[in-house]
Design a protein around this ligand. Sequence first.
Ligand code: G
Ligand code: MN
Length: 232
Amino acid sequence: MWYQPKYSAAEGKIVGSEALVRWRKEDGSMVSPGEFIPLFEHNGMIVKLDEYMFRAVCRQQKKWLEEGKVVYPVSINISRASLYFLDVHKRYQSIMQEYQIEPEYIQLEVTETVMEEKKNIYELLNKFRGMGIKILMDDFGTGYSSLATLSMQCFDTLKLDKTLIDHIGTKEGETMLYHIIRMGQQIGLHITAEGVESETQVKFLQTMNCNDIQGFYFSRPVPQKEYEQMIN
Ligand code: G
Ligand code: MN
């Protein structure tokens, strides 16, 4: 499990992180998630991986809390296949109970395409929210139904996809971002920009009052040891 920190746009301080899976082979070389995630999605292992990551985050957050460390929320990606099981929230709740972890330390990222199975997913996400877990809409801006998604009211944060951020510098792109951020915030959503790589992008997002920033400009995903040093 690796972590990519998220920073407040206004102050550039760490406010949380995203847990990202990395596969290190026995010979030390890395298998890219781009290689094994599609395979896991295909053979169903992705459901096990989601739960493995959820459990790993609960365990580690609890450990840091017990050690008296400052603990920020960590978001875990949950795939469409996991949300297919309509009682998945009960399973995740029992894992949280097992580690005695409060919901404020855990967040879930779901990608926009899960919203295609509207009603069931809507109810399921609201069950997670009822447990106190914040739902982050991942990859926002890459799907086909962004505006319909905005009106669904079953998530707390919009994560603006890198493809939107890459338009900073063009008048059209900046106008689009201005309105997406305004619109999102006015309907009560928290806005996180993803894939932020340059100072120009950071400055623009600051003037837009974007809430949080994640991306190589502040930090790449880092191993747990390194993340621990960063939050201390
Ligand atoms: O779909 P999701 O947003 O969960 O994917 C996150 C992935 O994006 C991670 O694998 C991470 O390595 C990558 N990533 C994060 N920040 C940046 C960035 O600033 N630039 C690029 N190119 N990739 C990034
Ligand atoms: Mn994500």
